[in-house]
Design a protein around this ligand. Sequence first.
Ligand SMILES: Cc1cc2nc3c(=O)[nH]c(=O)nc-3n(C[C@H](O)[C@H](O)[C@H](O)COP(=O)(O)OP(=O)(O)OC[C@H]3O[C@@H](n4cnc5c(N)ncnc54)[C@H](O)[C@@H]3O)c2cc1C
Length: 510
Amino acid sequence: MAITRREFIAGLVAAPALVRLTRKAPRPIAGGFVDDGMALGHSLRDGLATPQRVPERRRVRVAIVGGGIAGLSASWELDRRGFRDFVVLELLERAGGNARSGANEVSAYPWAAHYVPVPGPRATLVRELFEELGLLHDGVWDERSLCFSPQERLFMFGEWHAGLEPEFAMTAADRANFRRFADIVAAHRASGEFTIPSALGVRRDSPLDRLSMDAWLTAQGFTSPRLRWYVDYACRDDFGAAARQSSAWAGIHYFAAREPNEQGPLTWPAGNGWIVERLLGKLSAYVRTGAPVARVRREGSRWRLTTPGVEYEADIVIWAAPAFVAPYVVDELHERRHRADFVYSPWLTANLTLERWPAERGFPPAWDNVIYDSPGLGYVVATHQSLRTVEERTVWTYYHAFAELTPEQARHELMARDWAYWRDRILDDLSRAHPDIRDCVSRIDVLRLGHAMIRPTVGFLTLPDRTTPASLPQFFHAHSDQSGLSLFEEAQYHGVSAARAALSVVAGGR
Ligand SMILES: Cc1cc2nc3c(=O)[nH]c(=O)nc-3n(C[C@H](O)[C@H](O)[C@H](O)COP(=O)(O)OP(=O)(O)OC[C@H]3O[C@@H](n4cnc5c(N)ncnc54)[C@H](O)[C@@H]3O)c2cc1C
């Protein structure tokens, strides 16, 4: 007997148990934690990483500690000035720091940093590097590296919408708040105080550094929940901290420091790992990976740096590792171990391999995909810059900053929870926008970053010893956390500045 579609559906409704029995079992999901260096970091902290016997000694004029963008930029500057007597010592097996990347059979993908806005006229060093890498030619940006359309979308009210400003959900009052906010940002941009790199414009006595972004919004009478969400999202995205945990100076900097009609961003499947690979293509001969610097100490007029197999003797140290590591490693900084004024935001990122695209409603997939009112920051599509017309499989990089917890609570969570817990949290979050996400994902690799980035807290600009944490001879700080803003441009600026300071010592024959 033939059965009609209506009868078939009625039968399913009446027999939910049968539905459960006949449904396909969910796809098994592989994965685990990836190279997070947490154990190594803790052994440095506890002094366990210092080798008892160091078989080999080497002499260099300059030792760079840390092979992230700051360390590689210092290296780039030394090399292009014709200085060759230096080494870059990197703790992990791969250089790149927060700009490192991975790859599988589907795509390359970032582990953290995934874009650089098209640099404005003041970011001269970024422009010089990008010209050298072929991204900027006769004033024209490489089209394959400019983010393809659509760039951003927002999931709200059960479907996706174009852009990140929740325009479609605004009342007249919300719109008026957005307009007034834009006017204030324009005035701050015109003041010249908000620049990239920030060192060119920063005013240490800025009153905006004395209150949080959230308090500033309240003081200015901004009540629109849409605007407040948007600003909070911006702070979580760039600082890993909510608007109430970030200074108003930093919050305004986020909006006022960029060109108003920035035509980027520049992005690649590997994210900023693309830049790292190009830099390593020129500089890898100087870089030693798997070389954690466990101890630095002054002996006579030189520095001694201890790594597992080799002890380096150097005239100059460029410290391109995070500032919080230095007191645990540098003998002369031991008393600063419990310094609490540099606060670091923990992050979790994950790369998800999808065998097919999930079901969804509304605006089509964009490069950056954000879910409104989610504790996560959404996901970036690694295959977005692909020139193929159809991509059946893809990789998504998922981002979560723990602004809802204190940094200490978040670090505890990161350590205490197993991979299955994070897998389920990530999938639960994504299933709000993609109900069938579990049937699409075949692999989730998770990176835990306990001290991922410096947080621009209230009062950061006036911290004593912010840019020179100690007056050590021939010891220059290069890490991006010197500016309180974890950005590619800041890391590059501090790396190059430290290299120039080192070169002036060399030139002075000291
Ligand atoms: C999740 C996330 C997303 C981000 N997204 C972006 C983005 O899209 N665009 C952007 O511009 N910025 C982004 N950033 C900011 C990013 O941190 C900076 O752009 C930049 O990469 C920082 O470079 P750095 O060299 O200053 O620091 P790091 O990347 O922190 O590099 C420091 C290096 O020092 C090494 N090290 C530490 N201790 C030792 C030791 N004892 N011995 C030897 N080596 C040591 C570390 O392993 C690391 O490689 C993001 C950051 C995070 C966490």
